[in-house]
Design a protein around this ligand. Sequence first.
Ligand code: PEP
Ligand code: MG
Length: 906
Amino acid sequence: MAEQSASVTPKWVYVFAADRVDGRADMKDLLGGKGANLAEMASLGLPVPPGFTITTEVCHAYFANGRKLPDGLTPEVEAALQLIGNEVDATFGDVERPLLVSVRSGGRASMPGMMDTILNLGLNDETVEGLAKRSGDRRFAYDSYRRFIQMYSDVVLGVDHGIFEDILENFKNLNGFTNDTELSVEDWGDIIESYKAAVTDQLGKPFPQDTGEQLYGAIAAVFGSWQNARAITYRHLHDIPDDWGTAVNVQAMVFGNQGDSSATGVAFTRNPSTGENEIYGEFLLNAQGEDVVAGIRTPQPLTEKARRLAKEENPSLQALMPELFAELSAVFKKLEARYRDMQDVEFTIENSKLWILQTRTGKRTAEASLRIAVDLAQEGLISKRDAVMRVVPASLEQLMHPTIDPGAKKEVIATGLPASPGAAAGEIVFTAEDAETERSRGREVILVRLETSPEDIHGMHAASGILTVRGGMTSHAAVVARGMGRPCVSGAGILRIDEEAGTLRAGRHVLNKGDLITIDGGTGQVITGRAKMRQPELSGAFATLISWADKERRLHVRANADTPRDARLARGFGAEGIGLCRTEHMFFDQERILAVREMILADEEADRRRALEKILPMQRADFEQLFEAMAGLPVTIRLLDPPLHEFLPKEPRDLAGVARDLGVPLEKLRARVNDLSEFNPMLGFRGCRLAIRFPEIAEMQARAIFEAAAKVGQKSGVAVKVEVMVPLVAYRREFDIVRDIVLKAARAIEAESGAKLDYQIGTMIELPRAALRGEELAAGDDGAAFFSFGTNDLTQTSLGLSRDDAAPILEAYVKTGVFKVDPFVSLDVSGVGELVRIGTERGRAANPALKVGICGEHGGEARSVAFFDAIGLDYVSCSPFRVPIARLAAAQAAIGGKTDGQTATD
Ligand code: PEP
Ligand code: MG
């Protein structure tokens, strides 16, 4: 309509009826989603109650006019009313054969329940008698009228609906009734009189008897509801522009409450929880739509199969009305063929006549989403590419871990951040040591900490799940838990831990060490006892869909894995290599930490080297296993990164024991802890700074890496592809110094073993300076052979926002709209993303063959992956459990606008 010139009267009203359909499915902007769908269904010849849609342009005109309906609307509405009346053999306002209508909102995007609806419009003191006569059911007619008075008065006239509820309640109390069904026709007549009196009392004028006044009042009210507070808030939360406006649908009423040959129901064209190709839904005999929603009566299943499964005694629709069931099934087939997706349909049967009231794309679980997409492609309704676009990548997380059974009973005592998905149950322990001990006794435990630190790694490994009081989505606990695939709830701020007393408090609940709890890392819930779980299942459809995705994607997908177990897991999920092995995690093992501490406490280089000698064989053994697990796929190993103090005990009370184990005076240990303590450890003595100050650490690590590579390569006959990565580089000189150390080790081992090593030396890009100086870092034969963007650090260093202290700030920033989403979860594309783009471009300007990847947490997040694809990175690397997500997200990014199917947005 936009192209119409001002001199032509715009078309305000679009009819959908058996004989005439003005609208089309692609007119959502003008007719709203509901209006466009109704037009589409009418065009398909489906039994839709006739009606018309008043366009969103009228909504704009209404507000532009100071909340007045535009001139020229009335004749169009009158003509449309005439037309639909003819179709159902009724006339609006007619005393004998009154046409009743519903008036509903319907914008471009669905905003369920946010705007207003009015049903049974067109009833007054006279038409109600016509309805009574025509339906042969006076009680039904009066009930409809009193519902209408209540709804209209509330929505259009602004009379508090509580007044009507009180009238009805009082009436029932006075007469000793408990249910509405006990009221007789006369009783409803009395109620109607009281309702009308209440309106007069409230407004000083009577309830409108003029059906035209009713209709235009309702249309204006529904347009007006676009600007009610509820709708405005909903739009802001869901990014729906304020200027879209809503359309209004006026539709002939059909009644499912006209006796036992009438019914109303809702159905999914396929099972929304499993995806199975079977009709799924419920109906109520002799009822109206609201009754199904209100849950006053228990609906009956549609199919015999569902009835048997539910052990329901009342008959299914299939058994009760076989012809109508067959008609309904045929409608579903038509709808699926047209919409090429599973539909969620509302229907009514009025005196054995089927009416379809609404259809929309049905919501579904991740499992169902996979199955339906694959089935639809195999049925030829959509292409494989469309199928790949249909599944929301993040939803796959639901399938990768045990989850709480949707039907489980649960008592939620706290809610934190859903930091790492999956559910876990176990006994409460408060220390990493206890976690390990209990685990070794075969018990399942949940490690509950104020926050975790690298020292807790072994305990986190031993635990089935991790719960912290502090920390955000990229806190240590969250990152490590995701990497390990351990469910984790972080930042559950209402919890109070008393480690001494061995208690965990959540409001009035006091739990003790050893008590069972369940955490749900998908929702952040903390639950008492052991909740019922469902085990992860990679169904056939899952594998099929991901294999289709793999054919589409350009980006490679690797995994962040530190242990052979993680590496094997990652390969199972389809990782094409390891993009980040954080070597420090290998140091926290009970027997190694002692040698690491010896190394840190050494005063002289010679002592340090002696301690490193002890660590070398252990590191080498780790790498051997890792290389074996990856069988020739590339493995990126990062040199030691964290500040050294992380390897020393934090709590003063733990110092004495460690000093004893190390055989050093307590004072010396204390002094070293003091020396190493920093105000901002994340900006301190870490990354390549460690290797530059203590080259022997990097030397030992390089040696362990290359010795392992030589050995595994010789043994297996498959060359190991190693990529040694230098962390936290800002300057070329830093890289050169560390590269030299690594290179020397490689050459030495080649000479010693006679093996030809296949290796590259590259750098992480985690600091803005490194991104800006990408060209310098990659320049020349001796420049970095690859870049791997560490977007966790790059985000914290670009924003100057500590990832470990961000939680309270993030909350306020998301609330106030500074951040749309947590930038540690979804890449800040315009800022941090710009640095990634610049770094990549500049690096490749110096070396077009430069391999570029990303190994921050963003590598497993769909929106970020789309960006990394767009700027031409070679790979993303993410925790093993997110590899399938990244594979799918990479495929969707590659397909991008190429599909004509729906995108995975619903
Ligand atoms: C990063 O900074 O993005 C990264 C992968 O390294 P880490 O999380 O270990 O600092
Ligand atoms: Mg980092």
